[in-house]
Design a protein around this ligand. Structure first.
Ligand code: GLA
Length: 393
């Protein structure tokens, strides 16, 4: 699909899903569900350490049109994955290494079936506008949209937090990515115009308004990333090794001063990994406070520190991400914040930009990025949107 053909709004996605459903299944869909992708403002690689994160759901997501079936067959048409149509039985959920996207459906249904073993099959049409492989959680939005549409088809009384845990289970137990809970939880429970301070230990959360006059500017380095086969799982193991050293179940139970006093006894690399996680948790709280008080200087400072920590201590940035951050920073100074976002190893930068500076940020990226990195960046301007399970307003 040409970029200009990609639906921009949820209404356009709904209309496309409806039409495609009629074409594929020669009947009308019973329900349409939508779940957003996410951008993390600050707090990366903290979720699986039971720490804190501050993501927002975005105005890009996955839409599914569906109708129930009397048997246990799932027929699913993925418009944006080469228009492939896959059919399988709920009693036989087998990993397919050729059709990776289908594993998200199977894994999610496997998790759903554990709680609701009696559900029947469905005809599904999937489409969306979350850039894939950019680190904006197209997969979490896919999982949450599947769960949402099954809740509608079979009147399942699931909460958003339960749905998020099922999405995470799909990734951990079926797809093979040991991700944390952030992406699924914000996709399910995000609130329009707000970011979410999420405690990944007890899954409690607080919304915080993103002050008016600020644009979320996501810049995709277009360096493709792969979570499953990347260093992501290794970072998690390294963090767990430090928790193990302290004889606790997660880094949440370790303080920065405890870590400092153990410095001589753990390897410099493991020390840095844990140092990132513990210092990042503190920065998440500062950023929450800064948003609450509309203190842009503080946002700017903690986002800068976060990026440097992900670069120097956690070692997950790339030259292109570092380059983008410094280009945007040259425009913003302390009038806005910029950092890499998500798992790293490519993907996107998030900038919180006063509306009046957006054009300048776009200009600097358009002028310098391609020249320095021989790649063109994609820029998505968005605002915080509502999660699939979050009731309005
Ligand atoms: C990916 C994972 C999340 C989280 C981030 C890094 O997006 O899916 O659980 O760990 O990386 O913060």
């Amino acid at each position: 699909m040409a970029l200009s053909d990609i639906p921009q709004t949820n209404q356009q996605l709904d209309a496309l899903a409806k039409t495609l459903f009629e074409q594929q299944f020669h009947s009308q869909a019973d329900f349409i569900a939508h779940a957003p992708g996410r951008v993390n403002l600050i707090g990366d690689h903290t979720d699986y350490n039971h720490g804190f994160v501050l993501p927002a759901a975005i105005t890009f997501g996955t839409t599914i049109a569906a109708s129930a079936r009397q048997d246990s067959t799932i027929r699913v048409y993925a418009h944006d994955c080469d228009q492939q149509l896959v059919e399988f039985n709920l009693e036989q959920l087998i990993f397919d290494s050729q059709l990776m996207w289908s594993n998200y459906v199977k894994g999610t249904l496997q998790a759903l079936l554990k709680k609701y073993p009696d559900i029947n099959g469905a005809n599904l049409v999937v489409t969306g506008n979350v850039p894939q492989g950019a680190g904006l959680s197209s997969s979490a939005s896919f999982e949450i949209a599947i769960i949402k549409v099954f809740c509608q088809l079979y009147q399942l009384p699931l909460t958003g937090v339960e749905a998020a845990l099922m999405g995470q289970q799909a990734e951990n137990d079926f797809v093979g990515c040991n991700c944390g809970i952030m992406d699924q939880l914000i996709s399910a429970m995000g609130k329009k115009d707000h970011a979410m301070l999420l405690d990944c230990q007890d899954l409690s959360f607080k919304d915080v308004l993103i002050p008016a006059g600020l644009t979320l500017c996501i810049i995709n380095s277009n360096v493709k990333r792969g979570l499953v086969d990347s260093e992501y799982n290794l970072r998690r193991e390294q963090c767990e090794a430090v928790a193990h050293y302290f004889n606790v179940s997660s880094l949440r139970e370790v303080s920065l001063s405890q870590l400092a006093s153990a410095k001589a006894n753990i390897s410099p690399m493991l020390y840095k990994r844990a140092h990132h996680v513990l210092s990042e948790n503190a920065r998440v709280h500062s950023a929450f406070k800064a948003l609450n008080e509309n203190n842009i200087k503080l946002i700017s400072q903690v986002m800068k520190e976060s990026h440097n920590s992900l670069r120097d201590d956690f070692d997950v940035t790339t030259k292109a991400l570092d380059g983008l951050v410094s280009m945007v920073d040259s425009v913003l100074g302390d009038r806005g914040g910029v950092r890499m976002t998500g798992g790293g190893f490519g993907g996107c930068v998030i900038a919180i930009v006063p509306d009046g500076l957006v054009t300048q940020v776009l200009d600097v990226v358009n002028k310098q990025y391609e020249r320095e990195f021989a790649l063109s960046a994609s820029i998505y301007l968005c605002s915080a949107s509502q999660g699939a399970f979050r009731s309005l307003p």
